[in-house]
Design a protein around this ligand. Structure first.
Ligand code: FE2
Length: 156
């Protein structure tokens, strides 16, 4: 299968957002060590990553991200989440919750890390979003080598 990709941040904007994300106070990040019930499709549902939830994203950054959200008329971006993986961080195979019509996952760095969708690995490309319809296909983030940030736009 192939996934849709969409350019969300140009190079300069991506760098600006990454700097702002790196500056988010530690108290705004939530450590996730288990997949939420109903999401895992593997027996081992341990996870290791950090989430900055919609309401904990600093105001200036949140406004900037909403202004840059990819458009899928007539739907609107309802929520934005930022994920942070430390080296060794991961999220096991799962599908997303079905509350939204589309999820767009935008890495803030290029590199050897990325997302595995079904059996295909998609290397991170800074500013380029991967579009999921609804819960999307089964996907996972295998243990990352470097710090990895993704901005997730929840649409509809
Ligand atoms: Fe997901």
């Amino acid at each position: 299968m192939s996934v849709d990709k969409v350019k969300v941040f140009d190079k300069a904007t991506n760098a600006k957002i990454l700097a702002m994300v790196e500056n988010i106070d530690e108290s705004r990040w939530f450590h996730i060590s288990k997949l939420q019930k109903g999401r895992g499709v593997v027996n081992d549902t341990d996870a290791y990553y950090f989430k900055c939830k919609d309401w904990s994203i600093p105001k200036e950054l949140k406004e900037l991200l909403f202004s840059l959200a990819p458009k899928f008329e007539p739907f609107e971006t309802s929520e934005i989440v930022i994920n942070r993986y430390l080296p060794g961080g991961f999220i096991p195979a799962h599908t997303d919750k079905d509350r939204y019509l589309k999820n767009v996952i935008v890495p803030l760095q290029s590199g050897d890390d990325g997302i595995t969708i079904e059996d295909t690995f998609y290397k991170d490309e800074a500013g380029i979003g991967i579009v999921f319809n609804g819960t999307g296909p089964v996907h996972e983030v295998k243990k990352v080598k470097d710090f990895r940030y993704t901005v997730i736009f929840l649409i509809g």
